[in-house]
Design a binder for this molecule. Structure first.
Ligand SMILES: *Cc1c(COP(=O)(O)O)cnc(C)c1O
Length: 391
């Protein structure tokens, strides 16, 4: 590193240290169990109901409805499984294309593949870090045509069935223009809200706009059930099918084993839901602390040249799941230096995911111009974001 680069890297480490506690190592995101977790898990063990039926599953689902305003919630074994079911419920079939952002966690693309459908990669916008509805609209105008009321990709001859906005690091996608686009092109919207529990778009909880949406409660998410996820929907009938499909599609009967669909063993165990109930009770407090931490970062990085702290778009109240620094163009080539030096200094940092179309399995998938995603990939860095850091 030359002198100027060293100075730049030092200024960033110093700024991070001014916000963070002095500890040997600070991970990116740690769970916090300071509520009634022990009590509920113990109750669960004492009752003997630890598996896929039990009072905590029902209670957790009801609490999710109350918190998000979604009329229905179906708990699942993890967020990936929840999204898989969401896509099936959206009518995604073998040979369909599904529009997904190029900048996302692998599960968004993989679940499309689980349906034997093909992910079609879409660019993101710097304002939200999520799918760009205006750029997508211009692109669809160019490449799509209607056949019997269904939107087809003229270049591949395949139907484009659905679009999956993902609320990157908790920051909501601009859903109004996206919803208009869905109506215009007859696409089903499925929200991957795995990262955005507690985030609002124009006052409405993310994951309540799509026909179906998925949440994740993995260990690194805003709240955790160890592993877990959920499906949100406004439709009673879809919720019923979601529950059925996640429980091996077994038809209810006292002693007979009958199944009327190919179902999945995707139900959340009661013991995980017990953890989830205790975590959800603390969620408003977690969000407050996470937003506090973001404000501290924002102030601290205000006058640091060469880098910018990412703040929520003006239509949103974000959970700030993972905080983001964006390097100015002229410092993009120092990204790896910065990642190496911060991790060496005991502050865990991480780049953006490798973009989906750069992974070997997804090389040949259809895609639009992805210049914004590619530009952000070279400039985005995640910094420590655990709720307790924002006390
Ligand atoms: C975490 C995550 C998932 C999947 O969640 P799991 O519970 O780990 O299966 C899906 N999509 C995105 C964008 C995620 O961040």
């Amino acid at each position: 590193m030359n002198g100027a680069v060293k100075e730049f890297v030092h200024s960033i480490i110093n700024t991070l240290e001014s916000v963070l506690p002095s500890k040997e190592y600070i991970p990116l995101h740690e769970p916090e169990f300071s509520g009634r977790e022990w009590e509920y898990v113990k109750d669960c063990l004492d009752s003997g109901w630890v598996s896929s039926v039990g009072a905590y599953v029902d209670r957790f689902e009801q609490m999710l409805c109350d918190y998000t305003g979604s009329p229905y919630a179906v708990a699942a074994v993890n967020g990936t499984a929840a999204l898989h079911i969401c896509l099936l419920l959206a009518g995604v079939k073998a040979g369909d294309e599904v529009l997904v952002p190029a900048a996302t966690f692998i599960a968004t693309a993989n679940t499309v593949t689980y349906c034997n459908a093909i992910p079609h990669f879409v660019d993101v916008e710097e304002r939200t870090l999520g799918l760009d509805p205006h750029k997508l609209n211009d692109y669809l105008k160019e490449i799509s045509e209607f056949r019997r009321g269904i939107c087809y990709n003229r270049l591949t001859g395949r139907p484009i069935r659905a679009v999956v906005p993902m609320h990157t690091f908790g920051h909501p996608v601009d859903l109004d223009p996206l919803q208009e686009l869905c109506e215009r092109y007859h696409l089903v919207m499925v929200e991957d809200a795995a990262e955005s529990l507690g985030s609002l778009y124009k006052g409405q909880h993310t994951g309540t706009r799509g026909l179906v949406s998925s949440l994740s409660f993995n260990g690194n998410k805003t709240i955790t059930t160890g592993g877990g996820g959920a499906i949100l929907t406004n439709s009673k009938s879809i919720a019923k099918v979601a529950k059925h499909m996640t429980t091996q599609a077994k038809t209810p009967h006292r002693w007979e084993f009958n199944h009327d669909l190919i179902g999945y063993n995707y139900r959340m165990p009661n013991i995980n839901a017990a953890l989830g109930c205790a975590q959800l009770e603390q969620l408003p407090g977690f969000i407050e602390k996470k937003r506090n931490l973001a404000r501290c970062y924002q102030v601290a990085f205000q006058d640091i040249p060469g880098i910018r702290f990412f703040t929520e778009p003006d239509f949103a109240r974000s959970n700030y799941w993972l905080n983001v620094l964006i390097l100015d163009e002229e410092f993009a080539r120092e990204r790896d230096n910065l990642l190496e030096s911060t991790n060496n200094a005991g502050i865990m940092t991480r780049p953006l995911w490798t973009l989906m179309h750069k992974l070997s399995m997804y090389h040949d998938c259809p895609r639009m111009d992805l210049s914004v995603a590619e530009d952000l990939e070279s400039r985005v860095i995640n910094i420590p974001s655990s709720a307790y850091l924002g006390k």
